[in-house]
Ligand binder design. Sequence first.
Ligand SMILES: [Zn+2]
Length: 475
Amino acid sequence: MGLRVMGVARIGDSLRVLEMTADELDDLQQHGQPIQEIADVNSHGEEVVAIQNPANRRIGDSRAGQMGQSRQVAHDRQDDWEYVLVKEGGSQPCDDRSVQAGEFCQLEDQLDRPPFGTNLTYSVERYTRYSQTSGTSGVPLRWLDTNEGWSWMVANWERVLNSSGVTRADRIFFAVSFGPFLGFWTAFEAGTRLGCLCIPGGGMSTGARLRTMHDNAVTVLCCTPTYAMRLGESAAEEGIDLTRIAVRTIIVAGEPGAGIPSVRSRIEHLWPHAKLKDHHGMTEIGPVSYECPVTRRLLHVMDGEFISEVVDPATGGRLSPVDTGELVLTNLGRAASPLIRYRTGDIVKQAAEVPCACGSYEMALEGGIIGRTDDMVVIRGVNVHPSAVEEIMRGFEEVAEYRVEVATRSSMPELSLCVEPVSGYLETDDLIRRIQSGFRGAFNLRVPVNIAAAGALPRFELKARRWIKDGADGD
Ligand SMILES: [Zn+2]
């Protein structure tokens, strides 16, 4: 095993993580200014060496050089590295971080080395923030941040707010629970940095949230797309007239909904004076994208903060720029818990046009996050993505909530639907016919539809779980 290297560049006041090969490190040392070595010890007692290159060149403003070619970006930036953190081959956490295609950092080591795994650059005492996800198999994935890494995430969210037209005059309401999920924590702090009045909506009922927004003349709402619909649909029952509420911007994240046309139009129909803005991020990667200010349903990856690639989910091989594939990210501002060439599991399609209509050269994702590599089911030879089902179901205003059941019978997966109409809706036979017709049109599938009683299906505030596979909760 050769020397595997993780590079950390100090740019301005922050550390940024990049990968590099041993040869590239040699190059840097040969061409760089005098280099000073600083030894340090990471959380597992392994010695790491930070090499300081005092050539204090700023990161290039060569946006034109990016053009979506992530490797090129990495090499362009090589000249700008001021710090290089080196770990010897065989030591954690570099084992899974080869620059060779097909080898990606995975997070299973938390189970092998509990509780926090081996992805920590520093000793645990340096970390101040704890987040966790539900994990793909229900086992929580824990993620720690230092103040520096956290601050980088807040700065990314500031960019999301800025690109959404939020100013210090705005009042932002966060309709989320503020538990251990990273959720909108960094968004909240970004709002305060911008000078906005930020109102937490944790631990509140839907009605209390609506009244708080109304009574405080809130102008910006942050929540999941599912919950934006839920709030909108509950407003009438709570006596809140959404045509007279001050909310003019809704920033959604946590689910792919805003990239789905029918979800988008439904939310904007419910909130007639608000424009919808999409965003996506991941607990372990950080806040990744913002919606193009010119083209709707287009997400820009913040290229200055990430190295982004799109790969074939089956082989891990690099794809040409406009192909649909899996988003792979290297985050550059979370040096204390970095991810290098991390397979996000998100399916995306890059926009062909560079630069974008907004003038950006950053990677642009058409329709945002299209789906997850692990969420597609094959029914009678037809590929069915949950986002395609969501597109159909949200086209029916009569549907309040739904659940998809996938049951394997004689080793053949079969799909059925449970639909809860909005309260007071009685024409259920007609609704069933129209939903079935929608599924025949989209997938050429005959899908049984059952009607659920009002309030029978669960409502979701964070990640919606509408898919039940063989009786188990799908993620
Ligand atoms: Zn754009």
